[in-house]
Write a protein that binds this ligand. Structure first.
Ligand code: RB5
Length: 149
């Protein structure tokens, strides 16, 4: 399973720490940037991350910015992406188990490195439970204006 990771400047250091740690753990990791800590716009990197997951180049994404909010919103603009912003591992596990999240977002200014690693570990270790969750997840990729309940 290939993991893609991207950030903005506010999460540049956390991106490097998570990337190196994931590679040490034996994962295949694609760092989509940025390559320097200079100021950038999080949508540029969120969209880049969404595209490589949507086209199958990577199976999981890690999206990082200062709060995790802007980059998760950017990733979730793509209908094939389900990006969960988390700050603790139980949410990371549930995002996989119930929501089949294919991307995890973390706020580097709000979540410490050890907690971020615990969230990523839970995200990568958990399978989608499918069953009753499948129909709901399918609807996430097919948004409708009208109420279909
Ligand atoms: C950058 O200052 C900051 O706005 C960004 O990293 C993120 O927190 C936005 O949602």
């Amino acid at each position: 399973m290939r993991i893609a990771i991207a950030s903005d400047h506010a999460a540049f250091e956390l991106k490097a720490e998570l990337r190196d740690w994931l590679m040490e753990e034996g994962h295949e990791v694609a760092d989509l940037g940025p390559d320097t800590p200079d100021s950038v716009d999080y949508p540029d990197f969120g969209y880049r991350l969404a595209n490589v997951i949507a086209d199958g180049t990577a199976q999981r994404g890690i999206a990082l910015c200062g709060s995790g909010l802007g980059i998760s919103m950017s990733v979730n603009r793509h209908p094939a992406l389900r990006c969960a912003l988390v700050s603790e591992p139980l949410s990371a596990r549930l995002a996989r188990e119930h929501n089949d999240a294919n991307c995890l977002a973390i706020g580097a200014r709000l979540t410490g490195t050890d907690m971020a690693k615990a969230c990523v570990a839970a995200f990568l270790a958990t399978e989608f439970a499918a069953g009753r969750h499948q129909r709901r997840v399918d609807k996430l990729s097919d948004p409708q204006i009208e109420d279909r309940s």
